[in-house]
Write a protein that binds this ligand. Structure first.
Ligand SMILES: [Zn+2]
Length: 282
């Protein structure tokens, strides 16, 4: 894996290498860092993974791209630092991208259960009252904004896992145990996912410390990007817990989704901080 600092507009196409570019690496409440949202690029295909409140601006600041450049979105869970920018993405695509550039609908990678939750509880309020028909009561639907790639459920796994192939990008989408704090397993927590990309890169998504999850993918991952927080308990993975991992896991683990006080933390033994504006190329 090599790291290349982005110094110009990000190309959403490459020669076929797997490339990850984080437009943000911060927590929901970070000010110094944008919220943790990233692009996967391979060949002619790109996937925007999460698009939070800071997404539209971060996309422009870090990658020099516009929301209308994005064609595929994968939301991992319904916290606003992960989905708060999707309304803007959907509106810009429908009323600017498609109208003036004749682009196709946005593609969303999402299973049926989560589609229902995301539309009903997050997106519907800002999207349904638009120009559907002459009758003002006729409202727009999820399918007016998005076409869907439906991940396939993977049988005989120790937790809920889906798979999806987006052209040449292979995704495993696994459930995580994120909130509420008192949830002791992924079954007891709300819908939240992490990713295992091209059978080589692990991205924890938002999760509490979950040794079963880390052990499920550690041996099969060249690099792991893991959620971190700098205090015990709560809904992310405490640095103190991650520090107890074996050295061979820590040395391939980059920490992400951090708060602004990362400079006060000792992360010796880990691969480092995941940095926004850097392409990780495999
Ligand atoms: Zn979250």
């Amino acid at each position: 894996m090599r790291q290349v600092k982005l110094t110009k507009k990000l190309s959403l196409k490459n020669s076929g290498e797997l490339e990850l570019l984080f437009i943000g690496t911060g927590s929901a409440f970070a000010k110094e860092f944008n919220q943790t949202n990233f692009l996967i690029i391979k060949g002619d295909t790109h996937i925007m993974v999460d698009f939070g409140m800071t997404g539209p601006r971060a996309l422009n600041e870090i990658a020099k791209l516009e929301t209308t450049d994005i064609e595929v979105i994968l939301p991992t869970h319904s916290h606003s630092d992960h989905v708060g920018g999707i309304e803007a993405l959907a509106l810009m695509n429908r009323y600017v991208g498609r109208k003036f550039q004749s682009k196709p609908k946005l593609t969303m990678i999402i299973n049926e259960d989560y589609q229902r939750v995301l539309w009903t509880h997050t997106l519907q309020g800002g999207l349904e009252w638009n120009e559907k028909g002459i009758d003002a009561s006729e409202k727009l639907q999820f399918s007016d904004f998005f076409q869907v790639i439906r991940p396939r459920w993977k049988a005989h796994q120790p937790r809920e896992i889906f798979e999806a192939d987006v052209n040449e990008i292979h995704l495993e989408i696994f459930r995580t145990n994120h909130i509420p704090e008192q949830a002791t397993s992924w079954e007891a927590s709300f819908i939240s996912y992490g990713l295992y990309i091209d059978k080589r890169v692990f991205i924890s998504g938002d999760t509490q410390f979950d040794l079963d999850l880390i052990n499920l993918y550690a041996d099969r991952s060249e690099v792991m990007f893991h959620d971190v927080q700098f205090f015990p308990g709560a809904v992310h993975a405490p640095l103190q817990e991650l520090k107890k991992l074996p050295p061979e896991i820590k040395q391939k683990m980059y920490l992400v989704h951090y708060s602004d006080d990362r400079k006060n933390q000792d992360i010796s033994g880990f691969a480092g901080w995941c940095e926004q504006g850097v392409s990780y190329i495999f």
